[in-house]
Design a protein. Structure first.
Lengths: 336, 336, 336, 336
C-alpha cells in the first residue's frame, strides 16, 4: 500500500480526492492536514465521510508528515503551496500540487498574474504539467507534478492536438466556459451565497482570469506555437461541471469533420477522453474522470464543446491519474 | 380601457403577459384562448392567477373574439400564428405576434429555416420588428408588430448601434448565449425534464438555430450592413434569464471604452436599457423589462455581456412596450 | 406622498420592500440606512435597482432621519432594532419593525429564547402583531407594528381561525416547514454557500427554533387558547418560498371538509389569502403577497398545506399591508 | 463472474444500477432490455455510459434472456413486472424486483391501492422484503426479492427497531418526506418539467400515496405490531435524495436519548446505516448507499430525520446489497 497524505484537506477538491482514494486498491490515507489550529474532526468538516476513514486533521509538521507518507497531495492556495512543497521534496516524498505554483513556464508570468513573490522560483518551468494525455512520459518519472487548472484542462484537451497538427488558425481562439459553483472553493463569499448565484448566470474576470496565460503557455510548451486565447469564465447555478464552448477557425480547406477525426485519432486509446457526435453535457461526466468533446461546424468557424467535472477530471481525478503514473500503477486505478 | 385578448394563453410567456396586463392601468383582459378542446379552467392551467382574473379559456372564434378585443397578443407557434393573424387584421384588430412569422425580411429565408410554407407571405418584410429602442417610429403606426425572439433581443440591443456606427468589424461576431429553461416552452420533453437539465449545462442547435438569420437580417434592416453571426445557445439550470456573451473585434483604433460610450449615448434616454460597469447578471434583471449591458476588453477583442429576462424583455414585456406604442400610451405603462 | 425610510436596507427583505414601494402610488423613499461605515452605493449593493431610485445609503442619524420620513421600516437584527425604534417613536414617526423584538407577549419569553436583554421591555405585549387578517383593527391605530416572522405567518394564517372555532385538538399540532435559502438572510455563511445547500435538503434547529414560541403566543393572543406547536424548519434548494405542512387532529365529528369550509368562510373577503382545492406550491405564490392554503384528510389527521413567499407575504409584503393600514391607505396598494 | 441482465434498463434506477455493477468485481452485465421496439443504442439513452459497456438494448425474449443471465434485475412498472418475473423464475433465474408487485403482505391490499389485477397473486406475502438490515436471513436464501420503495426505506430503517422494542407509541407516527425529482422517474410530465418544479416545493398524494400501506405492512411483518402511518411526500428542486422527518411519541419515561441509543445498538455493525448527532442532509449521502439517521427531542415528541439517496439506498444500491446476499458475495461489494 502506498501511504498518502493530503495537505489542506478541508475543501471540495480534497473531499473528492479522499472519496477516490478510499476506492483505490493500492492506497492508504495516513495524513490529513488543516491550517485551522482547532483541527476540527473529519466528520464535522466532511460529514459524508463519517465512519469511512479513521484519520483526523492535524497541523502540518513536515518531519512527522514526511515520515508517514510516500506521496503528498497538496491542496493549499498558490504561494502557500510552493513554500511547503520544496520542503516535502527535500524529504524524498513525491508531490502532486493542486495549486498554480508550478504550472507556468516562467516566474515572470507567475508573478505578473498572481501578484505575489514565488517561494520556489527555480523549479518553475521544470515541473511536468499534469495532463497525462499530453505529458505522460514526463509525469511518469517526476517527483513533482503540477496538477492542471480546471478551465485549462477543458480547453487544452481539445486544442492541443489541433494546434499541434497545425489545422486551426492561431487566432481567434475563443474559450467561453461555464462552471459550477464548487469551482470557487468552499470559503463563504457573498458572490457564491446561495441566493446570489441560484437562478442566475454571470460572467466574471473578463480579460483578467489567471487561467488565460496557463492555457497559452501550455499550448506553447506542447506544440511550440504561440497563441493568445480569449477566455471568459461564467458561473452557473449548479454544483459541479465545466462546459467550455470553443470557437476556432480551421485552416483553409479544413472542415469540422477533419478536426473531429484528428481528435478521435489522438485520443483513440485514451480511457478518459471521449469524442462524441452530439454536444456533451456536464451531467453526463459529473462524478467521473471523463472529458467529453464534440466538434461541429457553425458557418465559417468550428464550435468545439468540451465537458468535464471540475472536481474530478478538472482536479482530483487528474491528480490520481498523475499519482498512478508517478508510482507505476495502472493509470485508471480508482478512477473507473 | 383597451380590451385585449391573448391567443394561445396556456404557456409561460402568456402567463407573464397576463401578470403584466393585470397591473396595467389602461387594459382589460377580455379573452383567453386555448387550442385544447377541453378548455381547462384558468386556475388549473395557471394556479398562481386564482382569484385574480375572471376570464376562462375559450376556443378561438375569430368573429366573436374580434368583437370583444381591441388588441390581440398572439402566442401561437410559427405558421399557426400567421394563419390566424391575417384574419384578425381583417377585422380591424391590432396584433402583437410572439411567433417568428413576421420577423424576417423575406419569405425565402423563413421557409428555408422553418421548413414550412408561410401562410401569409405578402406581409413578410413589411411588419415592424418589435424592439422599440431600434424601430420605435414604425411600431407607433403599425397594426401588426413582430415581437422579437428572446436571443435576438439580447444580441441586437448591444450590436445594432455599434454596427450602425461602423466601429466594430463585421466578422467575427460571436454570440454565446445562456438561457433559462422557460425559454424552451411549457410542453414536457425529456430534454427539459427536471433531472435531465438540473445540475447540467448543454449547448444545442450548434450552427442550426433559427435565431441566427433573425439576428443577421434585423442588423441588415437597421444598419444596411450585412453580418454573419456565429450564435450558440446553451441551456442552464435556471428558470428564466438570458445572458449573451458577445465577442467582437473593434475597428482599428477603437477601444472598449469607445464602444461603451457609444452604447451609453445611444441608450441615454431609454427607460429599459442600462449600460453597466460590471458584467450584468440575469438575477438582477429577472422579473423586469430591463436589458443590462456591459462592455469590457479582452486582449484584442471586446466582450459585451447582455442580460435580460427571456419572458419579459425577451417576450411579454417587449410585447407590452410595443402595445403601449401602438395605442399611444406611456411606453413604460405596466412595466415598472 | 408619504415619505418612508428603511433602516438597514442592504438585505433581501429590504430589497423586496424597495421594489414594492417603487410601485406604490402614495410613497416616496427618502432614506436608506446602512451600518457599514463605508456606505456603499445603492447600485453596488442592489445592482437590480440601478437607475430606479436616486437615494444612497447613509448612516442612521436619528434626528436627520426623523425629519425626512413619516414612516420607518426597520430591518435591523433583534435587539439592535428595539434600541432604535423607541427613539424613532419619540420623534413621532410611525414604525414597522421586521425584527422579533415586539412580537412576543412578554419580555421573559423574549429573553429566554433570544438570550439577550431587551432594550425596550415596556412595549412588549403592547404592540400589534402585524398579520392584518388577524389583527387589522389594532394595526390601523398603531404607531408601531411588529411585522410577523415568515414561518409563523405560514402557520398562523391556517391555524388561528381553526383554534378560535375550537374544531381541532390543541395537540398534536405539527408544523413541518420548508423554506428557500433567502430566509437565512444575506450574510455569507458556510451553511448557505451554494454548493452546501444546492442539491440538498436539511432540517435544522429541531426543538430550538425561535419561531416556535412566537406561533404559540400569537395563537394564545388571538384565541385565548394555549397550544404547544411542534415546529421543524427545513432549508431546501430554492431562493424563496415557504411551504408549511401542518398536521392537526380534528375534534370528534369534524372532517377535513369542515375545516376547509371554516377557513374559506374566515378568509372569504381577504384579498391575500386563498383557499385551494389542490395543495398549493411555492412557485405559484412566489413574488406575490398571497398565502395559499389547502386542507386535505390523511387517515385520522388532517394535513393543511400553506404556501407563501417568505420575502413578501412573509416579510415585506405584509409590512406594506401594515403600512397601508397605519396610514389609512387602500390595504392592497402596491401589492397587486 | 455472475452474469446479470436488467429488464427495463432505460430509466434512472437502471442507470445507477449499471454504474454500480460496472464497479462490481464479480459481475458481468450481459443483457439490457427495453420495451421500445426501436431499441435505441445504449449511448443515445445513457450518454454517460459511452465506451463503458458493450451491450445494447434488446427486446425481452424470455428464453434467450434466461440463457444468458444468472440474475435479473427487473425495473418494469408494477403489474408488468410480476407478469414477467414468474416466467424468469421458472427458468431458474434469481430475480431482484424493483416494482411494488411483491412488497405487500396480501393481494387484496395490492389490488386496492394499485387498482390492477395482480398477475402472480400466489407469491405475494411469500417474498422477502429487500431491506437487508431487517430481513437478511430470508434474503440470503431467496430466489426472488422485493426491492423496497424509496420512501418506505427511509421510514422503515428508523421506525422498525423502535416499534420492535416497543418504546414509541403506535400513533401518531407522522412521516413527512422530501424527495428529489428523479424519484418521479424519467418519463416527461408537466409536473416535473424543469420550470414547474425548479424554485418550488410541493406536497402531493396527500392521504393517497401507495407507500403508506407498504410502510404499515412491513412494520407489521417485522414487529408483529400494527401501526397506521401518516405519510406525506413532497417534491423539492433537486435531482436525488430523500429526507424523511418522522414525528413519534416516545412511550412514557422514554427519552430521545434512549431512542437514539437503541438505534445505534441495532445498527452498530451495519455498514450502511449511520446514526448521527446532527440532522443528516441528503447531500452527505448522495451517490452512496448510506442511510443516515438522527434522533432529537422536540417538546413532547421526538423528531427522527433520515436521509438516503433515493436511487441508491432507496433503489439500486439496496438491490445490489440484496443481490450480494442472494449469491453469497460480500454484502458491500460494489457499494463502497
Amino acid at each position: 500500500m502506498i501511504r498518502v497524505g493530503i495537505v489542506g484537506a478541508t475543501g471540495y477538491t480534497a473531499l473528492e480526492l479522499i472519496k477516490i482514494l478510499l476506492r483505490h486498491p493500492d492506497v492508504e490515507i495516513t495524513q490529513l492536514t488543516s491550517r485551522d489550529p482547532d483541527c476540527p474532526s473529519l466528520e464535522s468538516v466532511h460529514p459524508g465521510l463519517r465512519q469511512q476513514l479513521d484519520v483526523n486533521f492535524s497541523l502540518l509538521d513536515i518531519a512527522s508528515f514526511a515520515s508517514q507518507v510516500d506521496c503528498a497531495f497538496c491542496c493549499l492556495p498558490h504561494a502557500a503551496s510552493a513554500a511547503i512543497i520544496s520542503k516535502l521534496l527535500d524529504k524524498g516524498i513525491k508531490v502532486v500540487d493542486f495549486s498554480a505554483d508550478y504550472r507556468l513556464n516562467d516566474v515572470g508570468t507567475f508573478e505578473q498574474w498572481y501578484q505575489v513573490e514565488h517561494p520556489d522560483p527555480e523549479r518553475i518551468g521544470q515541473v511536468p504539467y499534469g495532463i497525462p494525455e499530453l505529458f505522460r512520459d514526463r509525469i511518469k518519472s517526476a517527483e513533482l507534478v503540477a496538477n492542471p487548472g480546471c478551465f485549462p484542462s477543458s480547453a487544452l484537451l481539445p486544442l492541443a492536438p489541433l494546434i499541434q497538427q497545425n489545422i486551426i488558425e492561431p487566432s481567434p481562439i475563443i474559450v467561453d466556459s461555464k462552471t459550477g459553483v464548487s469551482g470557487a472553493g468552499r470559503k463563504p463569499n457573498l458572490k457564491f451565497h446561495f441566493p446570489e448565484c441560484n437562478e442566475s448566470v454571470a460572467a466574471y474576470a473578463i480579460g483578467t482570469h489567471r487561467h488565460m496565460p496557463e492555457i497559452d503557455q501550455i499550448i506553447a510548451r506542447f506544440t511550440g506555437n504561440k497563441i493568445t486565447t480569449i477566455f471568459t469564465p461564467h458561473v452557473v447555478a449548479m454544483n459541479r461541471g465545466i462546459l467550455s464552448t470553443i470557437y476556432v477557425k480551421p485552416k483553409e480547406g479544413i472542415t469540422a469533420e477533419v478536426l473531429q477525426h484528428e481528435l478521435a485519432k489522438f485520443y483513440a486509446t485514451e480511457p478518459f477522453v471521449r469524442i462524441t457526435q452530439q454536444p456533451p453535457t456536464t451531467k453526463d461526466v459529473a462524478n467521473t474522470n471523463f472529458c467529453d468533446i464534440s466538434v461541429l461546424p457553425n458557418r465559417d468557424l468550428v464550435v468545439i464543446v468540451s465537458a468535464l467535472d471540475n472536481l474530478i477530471k478538472g482536479a482530483s481525478g487528474a491528480a490520481v491519474q498523475n499519482f498512478n503514473l508517478m508510482f507505476g500503477l495502472t493509470e485508471s486505478a480508482g478512477l473507473l
